[in-house]
Design a protein around this ligand. Structure first.
Ligand code: CDP
Length: 253
């Protein structure tokens, strides 16, 4: 059997050449990183959970007409996606203050924002993904004005969808990050939601207790990350059915 060609290896995922032109296999690793990879660990089962969760969110988005790169899940850790040209921006949508916004502006974490706020960071690990404005994006040609209008509209639709899905299971969507890709259909270029949507890239708080069910559990040493992600998957009804147990069974005696 021919060896698959690895296209790219990132912090949490590996991309391989797909079976047909224009497709990519996205493999979810168990590696967790935070603070620009200064903090690292391997969280058993995280890749399996994120593969399922990202499939769940992307499928839902496709169904309501928000285009994404997701084609189908292949196995426990891999999904087939459309290859696209990633725009070098992290698009962040915030409903409540948290993380870097709280630090920058001195707003208490959990404060509801007057309306969803969209922010952009330039994707560059060496620079620590700095916050940029639409002026930078236009001046450096990372995206056109038309792209920016489409990106805001996609980001807000993803926000409405995710907020609703989460609220239905008692979870507050505090903020999230998406990445956007370009695909070419003949003479036309379209923007689609790419990368992943998972608790690695969202802040998710239990509505009743405020318990964190996202990567902050790892960033801030608040407990077991796989347990938190399993709880999100359980509430959404996307528990990996034939998966290895995520937490090791405790042996009695
Ligand atoms: O996560 P951190 O506090 O460093 O940054 P933030 O700007 O407060 O992050 C806003 C949201 O985007 C959070 O849900 C992060 O998990 C997510 N994010 C991400 O997924 N990847 C990044 N490189 C930066 C932020």
């Amino acid at each position: 059997m021919a060896r698959r060609k690895k296209i790219y290896e990132g912090k949490a995922k590996i991309l391989y050449e797909g079976p047909e032109p224009g497709t990519i296999v996205q493999y979810f690793k168990d590696d967790a990183t935070a603070f620009n990879a200064q903090k690292k660990d391997v969280i058993e089962g995280k890749g399996v959970l994120n593969n399922r969760l990202s499939e769940f969110f992307m499928t839902g988005l496709n169904q309501i007409g928000v285009p994404t790169h997701f084609l189908k899940r292949l196995n426990m850790r891999e999904q087939l996606v459309r290859s696209c040209e990633i725009i070098p921006l992290e698009v962040i949508v915030r409903n409540y203050a948290a993380g870097t916004m709280s630090q920058r502006l001195g707003i208490d974490e959990g404060t509801q924002l007057p309306r969803p706020i969209v922010e952009y960071c330039y994707k560059d690990d060496n620079l620590g993904d700095p916050l940029v404005t639409e002026e930078h994006i236009a001046a450096f040609g990372w995206a056109s004005q038309q792209d920016m209008d489409d990106i805001v509209s996609l980001a807000l639709r993803v926000n409405d969808f995710l907020s609703g899905v989460m609220m239905a299971v008692g979870i507050r969507l505090v903020d999230f990050k998406i990445e956007i890709g370009r695909v070419y259909d003949g003479d036309f270029m379209r923007l689609i939601v790419a990368d992943e949507i998972s608790p690695d890239s969202c802040r998710l708080w239990d509505i009743e207790t405020g318990e964190k069910l996202d990567k902050d559990v790892f960033r801030r040493d608040l407990g077991n990350l796989a347990d938190a992600y399993t709880e999100v998957a359980r509430r959404l009804g996307v528990m990996p059915m034939n998966a290895q147990p995520v937490t090791k069974p405790t042996l009695i005696n």
